[in-house]
Design a protein around this ligand. Structure first.
Ligand code: MG
Length: 158
């Protein structure tokens, strides 16, 4: 038995904030706006896990309006959802992530991001894929207004 979920997230760039993706601080002139640390990779993977477990959405588990999640470490929220997955008798075996951004380039940070996710997901070495793409200059991503992230996660029975 295996189950796959999908997740999507997008955030607007904002000055004066660090850029954190999959828990890795990436050198860039701007970070991402958001109630939490705005880690769009962690958010997309969290929703992929919740989708695969049929356990709701990140917005239901960690509402924006709740002050507990202000400036939250999104990798910690992801670990909480890994615990939800385990309580349902499932474990994460694989995740795949595509980051769509004109800048920064993701490739130089991909292995560090994958390692952080593999640790949070308890899914083992080589179980997380990270890829970066531009949007060929089109739309809000092309104008450098923000980034988007797609993720899938696959769960199996423990
Ligand atoms: Mg988000």
């Amino acid at each position: 038995m295996s189950r796959t979920g999908i997740g999507f997230d997008s955030h607007r760039f904002a000055p004066g904030r660090p850029l954190i993706l999959a828990g890795v601080r990436i050198p860039h002139p701007e970070g991402l706006a958001g109630h939490s640390d705005a880690d769009a990779v962690a958010h997309a993977v969290t929703d992929a896990l919740l989708g695969a477990a049929a356990a709701g959405s990140i917005g239901e588990h960690f509402p924006d309006a709740d002050p507990r999640w202000k400036d939250a470490d999104s990798m910690e929220l992801l670990r909480r959802v890994v615990a939800v997955v385990r309580e349902r008798g499932l474990r994460v075996v694989h995740a795949d992530v595509t980051v769509i951004a004109e800048a920064p380039r993701i490739g130089p940070h991909a292995s560090a991001m994958a390692a952080r996710l593999e640790e949070a997901l308890e899914s083992g070495p080589g179980s997380v894929g990270i890829k970066g793409k531009t949007n060929e200059g089109m739309g809000f991503i092309g104008r450098g207004e923000g980034i988007a992230v797609l993720a899938t996660a696959t769960l199996e029975a423990r």
